[in-house]
Design a binder for this molecule. Structure first.
Ligand SMILES: [Cu+2]
Length: 488
């Protein structure tokens, strides 16, 4: 179905159900599973495998379908990078340029975006820069006129990452025009950790005490397959939420830990679900990093609100709990996420220093621009738009100059986690007031809540060319809430 076709049929009923009244914290519509679900905290926490280079600075990864056991006793077909969900974790280093060849053996085209990466436009995962699998129609949009900027790369594409950027928790995921939401739901996402000397010098927990936690929700059919609505279903215009919380691909898992500090790299890889993470029976997260790298100094939080696309790099000190304790990572909005069981005492020479890093300074904004994220049109003809416009590739809404900073004012009618490609930003204000403690640091995604005004200072560094600003609620993204900007 064409974009125009589905926009023409949007009824808006789902949005009304999810978004009316006092604006609940949830952003999507719940899809419930049709099979018995496992008891929480029975499946061990998996750690995604590390990607192995085929040569220095060179990786090859193949997108394939696979049958995996997610709900014990059933199998689920996934679409995975190297047939795993999450995909392999890439351990990358600042100053070591890396090429990743992505080979597509799936039934549909893909585009891979390294989220948080400062990459040239040809390797940024533009939504119409597609890797088309062998045997697929040469016109993946089925009769659409070709989009400006559309590129069809047969079978494989090399993504070049200069890695001239600070240590940070990045992630990669599919970004195909109109189909990101269903393709990420099937499993096309994984982590990429950038390390550097500044981070190496810190006495942070490492090795098995550094846990990447990719958190997402899914729903399952009776036969174990992923449950998802038909693409662009207007009843799910608000976004799709599942009733099973997966961490690293396992339902409400459990991890045994020693009574020591652990570094948790939290990523919300959900399509639409927002979380407010807490520790039960109590405890604190010491935040050391944001989306785009280490903070200047640690910040303590009891609750971490995390919207789709955001990362929080935190340290939890399990020595605060008696051996034998269960420490549950919970979501204030929906319940359990995963559990840690403190099994033994152990020596701990890690620490969280009072000074962590020297992030780049803020520079003066040379321009101010406004981006309004809003549903437009009436029930029969609704779309998610930016400044009133549904996404049109090749029609940039802004032309910031390379090497400058601009203040971008983000306004919203609903929950919209706003993501900028290329540019990292700092939150300057929320609703004219100082930002929240959890807004600290350089970021690439910010949770803009209903009727909120969020001001960010964005730096346009690294590369000229075409990039994007979009909502990271993936259903909103697929229903046109994206725009290009050109760095000139
Ligand atoms: Cu949105």
């Amino acid at each position: 179905m064409s974009r125009r076709g589905f926009l023409g049929t949007l009824a808006g009923a789902g949005l009304a159900a999810a978004g009316c009244g006092a604006f609940p914290e949830s952003a999507g519509r719940l899809l419930t599973s049709r099979l018995p679900l496992p008891a929480p905290f029975t499946v061990p926490l998996p750690i995604p495998p590390l990607a192995r280079p085929v040569a220095p600075g060179r990786y090859e990864v193949t997108q394939r379908t696979a049958k995996v056991e997610i709900i014990p006793g059933t199998t689920t077909e996934i679409w995975g990078y190297d047939a795993t969900f999450p995909g392999p974790t890439f351990e990358l280093r600042r100053g070591d340029p890396t090429t990743i060849r992505v080979r597509n053996e799936l039934p549909e085209p893909t585009s891979t975006h390294l989220h948080g990466g400062v990459n040239p436009p040809g390797s940024d995962g533009y939504p119409t820069d597609l890797v088309v699998p062998r045997g697929h129609s040469a016109h993946p949009h089925g009769g659409h006129p070709s989009h400006p900027g559309m590129r069809l790369n047969p079978v494989a594409k090399d993504y070049h990452y200069p890695l001239d950027q600070r240590a940070a928790t990045l992630w990669y995921h599919d970004h195909r025009m109109d189909f990101t939401a269903p393709q990420v739901w099937r499993g096309l996402a994984g982590l990429a950790l950038v390390r550097d000397e500044e981070e190496d010098a810190l006495p942070l927990p490492r090795g098995e005490r550094e846990l990447p936690l990719l958190i997402c929700d899914r729903a399952f059919e009776e036969d174990g397959s992923f449950r998802y609505p038909r693409a662009h279903d207007p009843h799910y215009m608000a976004g799709v939420e599942g009733d099973v919380i997966l961490v690293n691909g396992a339902p409400w898992p459990v991890a045994e830990v020693s009574a020591t500090r652990h570094r948790l790299r939290l990523l919300n890889a959900s399509n639409a679900r927002r979380y407010r993470l807490r520790l039960a029976p109590g405890g604190r997260f010491t935040q050391i990093g944001s989306d785009a790298g280490l903070l200047a100094a640690p910040v303590a939080h009891e609750v971490i609100p995390i919207s789709p696309g955001e990362r929080y790099d935190v340290v939890v000190d399990f020595s605060a709990y008696p051996v034998g304790s269960a420490v549950t990572l919970t979501d204030e909005l929906a319940g359990d996420v995963m559990r840690f069981v403190v099994t033994r005492r152990a020596a701990d020479d890690s620490a969280v220093p009072a000074v962590l890093s020297r992030p780049p300074e803020r520079t003066r904004a040379v321009a101010m621009r406004a981006f309004d994220f809003r549903r437009t049109g009436d029930a029969g003809n609704a779309a998610w738009t930016i400044n009133g416009r549904p996404y049109r590739p090749g029609a940039p809404l802004a032309r910031p100059r390379l090497g400058t900073a601009e203040m971008w004012r983000l306004t919203s009618d609903f929950h919209h986690p706003v993501h900028l490609h290329l540019a990292h930003f700092q939150v300057l204000a929320r609703g004219g007031r100082p930002p929240s403690a959890t807004d600290a640091g350089w970021k690439d995604t910010v949770d803009v809540r209903p009727y909120e005004v969020v001001d960010v200072l964005a730096r346009f560094d690294g590369h000229r060319g075409r990039y994007m600003i979009h909502c990271h609620n993936l259903e909103h993204e697929d229903m046109a809430m994206m725009a290009d900007f050109d760095v000139v």
